[in-house]
Design a protein around this ligand. Structure first.
Ligand code: GAP
Length: 481
């Protein structure tokens, strides 16, 4: 696979694929994360009581908090903190012509092979023996024969590859006929393109400006797997940056660096991040240039986010297919032109999964194993747990309840009295709660509580009335660190 360093991106920004030896993942065994996710209520198999449905997962009470926090952090960085990007929430179902004009009906496909004995289907590029093949090789109809590829399960003969379109189709209205076919969107991006004129007219933005969107996308993946890494229903966080064509390369470089910083700033270890440039024959049908931000998962380096220079592919094709004028008028130069698009395309599930994996650590404390999710406080499902040292003392419980209900106006906080204090601390460490507030007998006299830090385990004595200010201060310090 070609791995070239993009012109202009500072070396210090990160490592490029091929420039370094392999890096160890935070956890070698993915099952450690899968089991924690299930045990603590982050992620459950969908429809589990019916035996589950392949490649769909449900986010439990803690998982939904983590994923919401990831989406919020993304929105804050991409929309709230910038004046040049506005939000959008387009429909999942769109006019079917959108997917013809975008090229997805013709080209959004993976190479599929089928075993002629057991009829299992595989993505060609994931079969053992295809590592390092170029996209051109993968399109060769004789590749199976040429490389002697066999079914990885029973060794049976495989069919030549055929292109399998990944879009889910359904019918709109009561009649199931060809004319009623609609698609579940395979990317959120198209919503921004078909609304380009609406946004220009209403938000009155001048180039360069962006449209950000978070929402579900669906792909009928041939080989989903690795837990929530590749699923058939997932959420994307995508931003389309509309620019003057000649400035696209410099905006591309700038977004690469910003998106890297976003992951690193929220706690992903930069040693486990890298860029990977797409080879020319590997580029998606819409891309002039594409660089993936990859993360070192327990199952190898894999894409976390893609940054794409989509040129005028999308607006140009929608303009031709719809007959609408999607050019931009630049009042300064008095020119009409089709803007280029620099896209940052991230997955909310993949980002949450990455932060979860990267946060995991095991330590020994006083001869005992301590499991800690060192999540960035912004991402932690609960910011604070309020714990009574003695749950038999009603005054202590009442004070705990008062503190927790005061905190709940500003953040997710939880009260727990179902175990001894040591066990309660371990439980909160394992789900990533950055601070535990403990109310003890002295609290009734001195009106102060202990605030314990998850990472350092240091304890501060803080006045009851100061708890919220104290935690908000630490949250804000973590955000600006
Ligand atoms: N609009 C461009 C686009 O969709 P992509 O690289 O195909 O680009 C962007 O997808 C991101 O969406 C990926 O980097 C990944 O984080 C996420 N994603 C894509 N397919 C996924 C799947 N089957 N399961 C989970 N996340 C997925």
């Amino acid at each position: 696979m070609t791995a070239t360093k993009g012109a202009g991106v500072p070396a210090a920004v990160g490592r490029w694929a091929g420039s370094d030896d392999d890096v160890a993942p935070t956890v070698e065994d993915l099952d450690v994360i899968v089991s924690l996710a299930k045990r603590r209520g982050f992620v459950f198999p969908s429809s589990e009581i019916y035996g589950g449905i392949n490649a769909v997962w449900d986010y439990g009470p803690l998982g939904v908090e983590l994923k919401n926090n990831v989406k919020r952090a993304w929105w804050r960085a991409m929309v709230q903190e910038r004046g040049d990007i506005v939000g959008l929430d387009a429909g999942i179902l769109m006019a079917p012509q959108v997917w013809v004009a975008s090229g997805h009906v013709a080209s959004f496909a993976d190479p599929l092979v089928e075993c002629q004995n057991d009829h299992l289907r595989f993505r060609l590029d994931e079969l053992p023996g295809t590592e390092g093949l170029s996209a051109t090789d993968l399109r060769d109809p004789d590749v199976v024969e040429r490389l002697g590829l066999r079914c990885p399960v029973d060794g049976g003969p495989l069919t030549p590859p055929r292109r399998f379109n990944l879009m889910f189709r359904t019918f709109m209205g009561p009649v199931e006929e060809e004319a009623a076919i609609v698609y579940l969107r395979p990317e959120t991006a198209q919503g921004a393109y078909v609304n380009f004129k609406n946004v220009v007219d209403t938000a009155r933005k001048k180039l360069p400006f962006g449209v950000a969107q978070v929402g579900k996308a669906f792909r009928n993946e041939i080989t989903p797997g690795n837990f929530v890494f590749r699923t058939r229903e997932f959420e994307q966080m995508e931003m389309q940056y509309f620019v003057r064509p000649e400035t696209a390369p410099e905006h591309f470089e700038a977004w690469l660096a910003r998106r890297w910083d976003w992951y690193a700033g929220l706690g992903a270890d930069p040693r486990r991040l890298r860029f990977r440039e797409h080879a020319p024959d590997e580029l998606a049908h819409y891309a002039r240039r594409a660089v993936d931000i990859e993360y070192r998962f327990p199952f190898g380096w894999r894409e976390l986010e893609g940054v794409h220079n989509r040129g005028d592919w999308d607006l140009g094709n929608h303009m031709k297919a719809s007959g609408e004028n999607l050019t931009y008028f630049d009042p300064a130069t008095e020119e009409h032109f089709v803007p280029f698009i620099v896209e940052t395309a991230a997955g909310a599930d993949r980002a949450a999964f990455t932060f979860l994996i990267d946060a995991y650590r095991e330590e020994e404390v006083r001869g005992e194993k301590r499991v800690v999710l060192g999540l960035h406080p912004d991402l932690a499902p609960y910011k604070v747990a309020v714990l009574p040292l003695l749950k038999k003392r009603p005054e202590i419980v009442v004070l705990c309840q008062r503190i927790v209900s005061d905190l709940r106006g500003d953040m997710m906080a939880v009260y727990d009295d179902t175990a001894s204090i040591g066990k309660l601390y371990r439980r909160q460490d394992e789900i990533g709660t950055p601070w535990c507030v403990t109310v003890d007998v002295d609290s009734l006299e001195d009106h102060a509580v202990t605030v314990r830090d998850r990472d350092s385990m240091a304890q501060d004595r803080v006045g009851v009335d100061q708890v919220k200010v104290h935690v908000l201060g630490r949250l804000s310090a973590a955000r600006s660190a």
